[in-house]
Design a protein around this ligand. Structure first.
Ligand SMILES: *Cc1c(COP(=O)(O)O)cnc(C)c1O
Length: 437
């Protein structure tokens, strides 16, 4: 067989024209969002008070296998998609074989991560509905940046509540958002009722995604023509991110390669869900078998240490309840540097797949993750985001296992983003001051 190229891109006419909805192939479906008081599944009319209409339709649709990507979204995708599937020859060499390693790189856009795949879709549906404003939260800042870009493209005003510790650690992220016209507020703020309450109860708190979500939802309800958009966890976000997996699968098929292990970091579960969806679909239909591995930080181990039950999605308990692997909505993780992996719960789709043993999970300490990030940066040339580095680290562990067992396996992982805004974390690591506590 011809040697696989270092980078494989799909041609424009090979890029996916529809998203793949893995729930359609699940016999046992993920549990629905329910009302916090009655515990009844929430009908579309109620969800539409908070979320955009079309997003709610997608959220509740667990029967349609393929959902067409709207024209304007597909056009926007052309600016930065298809993303490359890279054969990690240099990393393989550093490990010393025999595993073959590939990664799907989603960092080639200004927001620096896969989040733009869903941001542009959600902003489009908000615009279609005639809204003028959108609100959201951002942890590490990638989602806020992605939604700021998407909002600017469709002429929407974007209000971002940014978790305070990230706001302080990453001032340049804030400037990117402001350059795209967004208004950025550190959370918990004094601008919402819930923010004032959290500040009063936890003086000096550096915030959490759960707090920022509550603030953004409250802000959306108070603005005249706004809805709240979320960058992970929800079914619709996992759906939009399936573009990653569909491209990966098409590229691997072009190369005649079948993966053994598929690895992704898991915060709210959207990138891993998206990367793995078409492969899990094959498993659900009994057509193929893969190992799918979710990688989380030991400081926020929702899958490996959480319980599978209904929980609140946010600290302020203003959102519906979701059935998911959760550490509890009051859980405030230690100040881990992988801001995008600090959510207390996990997407209900991924949670259900984990419960059905279709995916595995591991939790890794951040110093080990940064060692992997450093090796990767040096041999493959890309400075990875701390979140993505969890997947790199697990991929290296798998490749070393292959070496120890002298087994040739094919490993594919999601490289979700770049680490240019995470240099405070790299500085800590380089100064030997990073801990795993
Ligand atoms: C947000 C983010 C993640 C984690 O979110 P998921 O919804 O689990 O994908 C991972 N990597 C990067 C770069 C991110 O920005």
């Amino acid at each position: 067989m011809a040697k696989v190229p270092y980078k494989t891109y799909l041609a424009e006419d090979e890029v996916p024209k529809a998203w793949y909805n893995v729930r359609a192939d699940m016999k046992k479906k993920p549990a629905p969002l329910v009302d916090t008081a009655t515990k009844d599944p929430l009908p579309a009319e109620v969800l539409e008070r908070v979320f955009c209409r079309e997003c709610v339709r997608q959220e509740l649709d667990d029967t349609t296998q393929y959902i067409p990507i709207p024209g304007p979204v597909a056009e926007f995708y052309r600016m930065y998609r298809p993303s490359p599937l890279v054969r990690a020859y240099f990393l393989e060499k550093a490990i010393g074989g025999p595993a073959e390693i590939y990664y799907k790189f989603e960092g080639n856009n200004t927001s620096g991560s896969h989040k733009l795949n869903s941001a542009i879709a959600q902003a489009y549906y908000a615009k279609e509905q005639g809204l003028t404003d959108v609100t959201t939260e951002t942890g590490a800042g990638q989602w806020g940046t992605a939604l700021s870009m998407a909002s600017a493209f469709f002429g929407l005003k974007c209000h971002v509540f940014m978790v305070k510790c990230s706001y302080e650690q990453k001032p340049f992220r804030r400037e990117v958002m402001r350059t795209y016209g967004a208004e950025v507020t550190p959370s918990p703020s004094m601008e919402t009722e819930i923010g004032r309450k959290i500040n009063a109860e936890h003086p000096g708190t550096t915030g959490s995604l759960g707090c920022a979500i509550s603030e953004a939802v409250e802000a959306a309800m108070k603005l005249p023509n706004a809805r709240y958009l979320l960058g992970s966890v929800l079914n619709q976000v996992c759906l939009h991110q399936s573009v990653i997996g569909l491209e990966t699968k098409a590229a691997l098929e072009k190369l005649g390669v079948k993966p053994d292990v598929i690895i992704g970091c898991a915060g709210g579960g959207s990138n891993l869900s998206g990367l793995s969806a078409p492969f899990i679909g094959e498993m659900l239909r009994g057509e193929a078998k893969y190992r799918v591995v979710a990688v989380e930080p030991v400081n926020c181990p929702s899958l490996t240490k959480g319980e599978y039950r209904y929980d609140f999605c946010d600290t302020g308990k203003v959102c519906p309840m979701a059935k998911m692997y959760t550490l509890g909505c009051d859980f405030i993780p230690a100040a881990d540097h992988a801001g995008g992996l600090r959510y207390h719960g996990m997407s209900s789709t991924l949670s259900e797949l984990y419960d059905q043993k279709l995916i595995e999970a591991v939790a890794l300490p951040q110093t080990k993750v940064f060692e992997a990030a450093t090796l990767f940066a040096r041999v493959e040339g890309i400075l990875p985001a701390p979140e993505s580095s969890h997947a790199i680290c697990a991929a290296i562990d798998e490749a070393r296992r292959c070496k120890a067992e002298d087994r040739k396996e094919t490993i594919v992982f999601g490289l979700t983003g770049t680490g240019y805004f995470d240099l405070t974390a790299y500085a800590k690591f380089n100064d030997g001051q990073m801990t795993d506590a």
